[in-house]
Write a protein of this length. Structure first.
Length: 255
C-alpha cells in the first residue's frame, strides 16, 4: 500500500506527470477540485496518483473499468484525507466497481435466534480493510448534480476511516486527543438522537434518514453532507459541523 511505500517510491509516483486526460474528467465529475487553491489542488493531484497506483481495481458484473472511473473515484476518496498527512487510504486492499446497483447476500437477525437470509440491492459496501464496492451509475448521477448531498464514494470510504478504531464501525473514527474524542462523542450522540426524533415525528432534514440506522451510518452520511453541503450543515447543525471540521482538518466551504 502507498502508506507503506519507501520514500523513493512515493517520490516516483508524485513526480510522474498528472494525466492531461484526467482534467476533462474531473471538470465533469469532481467540481470541487477547481475551487481548491493551487497548493491544495497539487496535494490532491499527487494523492490521486498514489491512490490509483497503490490499489487493486476490478470491474465487476461485466463493467469495463476505465481511466475515467479511477480518476473520479480517486478524487473523491482523496478529498476525505486532504487535511491529513500523506494518507492515501492504504489500509484498503481493493476497489470493485459495478455498472449499477447489484445484489448481495443479506442476513438479518430478527430475534429469538431467528435469522432471515436473502439478497438485497446495494449501491456500495465497505469491508474492514476492503474491498470497497461501488456502483458507477449512482456515482455518476450524483457527482454531476448538486440536487442532494449524496456521494457513495465519500460514504463508503468514511466507513474505512471508522474501521481504524477496530473491526466494527461505531461512528467514532480515530481522534487525536481524549478531549477531542469526548467532544466528538458528546456532539455526535446528541445530533444522532435529535435526528432520530426529527424522522420519528414525520419531519425531514438535510441529513438523510439513513443516518438514523446506526452511529456508523450517521458518521458516513454526515460525512457526505459535510463535503457536499457544507454551508447548509454549518448553518443547520453548527456544533456537528465544527467537530467534523476539526476531525477532517479542512473546511469545504472555502475549498
Amino acid at each position: 500500500m502507498c502508506s507503506l511505500f519507501e520514500p523513493f517510491q512515493r517520490r516516483r509516483l508524485v513526480a510522474r506527470p498528472f494525466p492531461e486526460s484526467w482534467n476533462a474528467v474531473l471538470e465533469r465529475n469532481a467540481l470541487f477540485r477547481s475551487r481548491l487553491d493551487p497548493a491544495r489542488r497539487t496535494l490532491l493531484d499527487h494523492a490521486m496518483l498514489c491512490f490509483t497506483d497503490s490499489h487493486t481495481w476490478e470491474g465487476c458484473g461485466g463493467f469495463s473499468l476505465r481511466e475515467e472511473h479511477q480518476a473520479t473515484i480517486a478524487a473523491h476518496a482523496m478529498r476525505l484525507t486532504l487535511g491529513f498527512s500523506e494518507d492515501y487510504l492504504g489500509d484498503v486492499d481493493s476497489i470493485l466497481v459495478y455498472p449499477s446497483a447489484y445484489e448481495a447476500p443479506h442476513r438479518q437477525h430478527i430475534g429469538s435466534g431467528v435469522v432471515m437470509e436473502g439478497h438485497s440491492q446495494r449501491i456500495g459496501e465497505s469491508w474492514y480493510h476492503g474491498p470497497v464496492i461501488l456502483a458507477w451509475d449512482d456515482i455518476q448521477s450524483h457527482v454531476q448534480s448538486s440536487r442532494r448531498p449524496h456521494n457513495v464514494i465519500l460514504h463508503e470510504f468514511a466507513h474505512q476511516l471508522d474501521f481504524r478504531n477496530g473491526r466494527d464501525a461505531d461512528g467514532i473514527p480515530p481522534i487525536e486527543t481524549n478531549e477531542q474524542a469526548d467532544e466528538w462523542v458528546s456532539v455526535t450522540d446528541a445530533a444522532y438522537d435529535q435526528l432520530c426524533k426529527i424522522y420519528e415525528s414525520g419531519r425531514t432534514d438535510l441529513i438523510d434518514e439513513y443516518a438514523t440506522v446506526s452511529k456508523a451510518e450517521f458518521f458516513a452520511v454526515t460525512t457526505e453532507v459535510f463535503f457536499e453541503a457544507s454551508g447548509l450543515l454549518a448553518k443547520q447543525w453548527p456544533e456537528l459541523f465544527q467537530v467534523m471540521k476539526r476531525f477532517y482538518n479542512q473546511d469545504p466551504r472555502i475549498g
